[in-house]
Design a protein around this ligand. Sequence first.
Ligand SMILES: Cc1cc2nc3c(=O)[nH]c(=O)nc-3n(C[C@H](O)[C@H](O)[C@H](O)COP(=O)(O)OP(=O)(O)OC[C@H]3O[C@@H](n4cnc5c(N)ncnc54)[C@H](O)[C@@H]3O)c2cc1C
Length: 359
Amino acid sequence: MGLALALQLASQRLRVGLVAHDQPRPGDVRAYALNPASRDQLAALRVWPQGDAATPVHAMEVHGDDGGELRFDAAGTGRDALAWIVDVPALEHQLAQAVSYQSLIDRIPAADAEQAKALAASAPLTVICEGRDSFSRERLGVAVERHAYGQHAIAARLSCEKPHGHVARQWFDGGEILALLPLAGNSVALVWSVADAHHAELMALNTESFVERLHAACRGALGTLTLTSERAAWPLTLGQARHWVGPRWALAGDAAHTLHPLAGQGLNVGLADVAELARVLQARQGQDYWRELGDVKLLRRYERARKADVAAMTGLTDGLQRLFVQAPRGWQVLRNAGMNVFEHSGPLKQWVARQAMGL
Ligand SMILES: Cc1cc2nc3c(=O)[nH]c(=O)nc-3n(C[C@H](O)[C@H](O)[C@H](O)COP(=O)(O)OP(=O)(O)OC[C@H]3O[C@@H](n4cnc5c(N)ncnc54)[C@H](O)[C@@H]3O)c2cc1C
């Protein structure tokens, strides 16, 4: 996300010093669901992955744990897809390439601590995009409100026997959530959010037994599944930094907020931070032309706008997670009935879909 911000600011003719690790991250098995707003933003920066690296989602099906069913369709939204499932290494490659061609971006290796420090001391504004365990945020003494979900998300790639039909599928089972996201051809990306103890058990299984469990959890929806990658897992937390800006600094992306991946929104929200910060900095050229880039009054406009938006998305993802984690039978009946009511709620359903699409 930091690379997208660097490109966005450079496109506004700002000079950017980008402190980043030299080594590319080892192969990420994840594929992100990116919404139309993110797609437009990345396409404008000319970094939208082409061909098989971005697969359109034409519909989304959500299955509850007691007969609840929801379906969202791209038809009628005015867009050709609800989202795109994007190969993470392909996106990172596109971003790195674009950065290397942009003459207004100076790359500084993170290993060169002296140069990085000198840059931070002289730059009018430092934007910290270091992810959820940000060291610079900690050094600034910014408190983070954190809630551990007691879950890990397991990600992997699979091929499936039956065509996925460009449908993203999700199954809620108690507090655990399984998602199979369509990729090119007959492939899918798995994101399976499970309790910590269950995660340890699933990761320890051999391939055959793991796939058997998966097949049962998705009720055989896509026929025989074959694992085509390693499995990788991430601990899940809800988190928000108390302050996102200060004199000459701002936080963006996971350094400012982390969400449960059940709605596939983390990077979408981070890219919306990029868009808003760039907009606020650009707008100062009007009546606020005399303000420095790192002027805290200016940066607070960014913080206010984004905190409100992130609060809405956090409420949605956290609320859903908490609703499904309730074990008693009464809750189970209620939430599945609620899903079916929501399915026929017309304008409310459309509003939620538009929020998730970033429209
Ligand atoms: C299993 C899973 C599935 C997900 N699926 C989706 C999805 O479908 N859609 C979606 O929108 N989001 C999804 N997300 C969320 C998404 O991964 C994050 O929101 C997004 O990666 C945040 O980007 P970021 O750049 O803020 O942080 P990160 O991706 O964590 O990147 C931070 C970068 O900063 C670097 N860094 C750290 N410290 C320093 C330093 N001191 N100097 C220089 N560099 C440093 C790190 O090496 C890293 O490259 C998912 C997350 C998980 C765990």
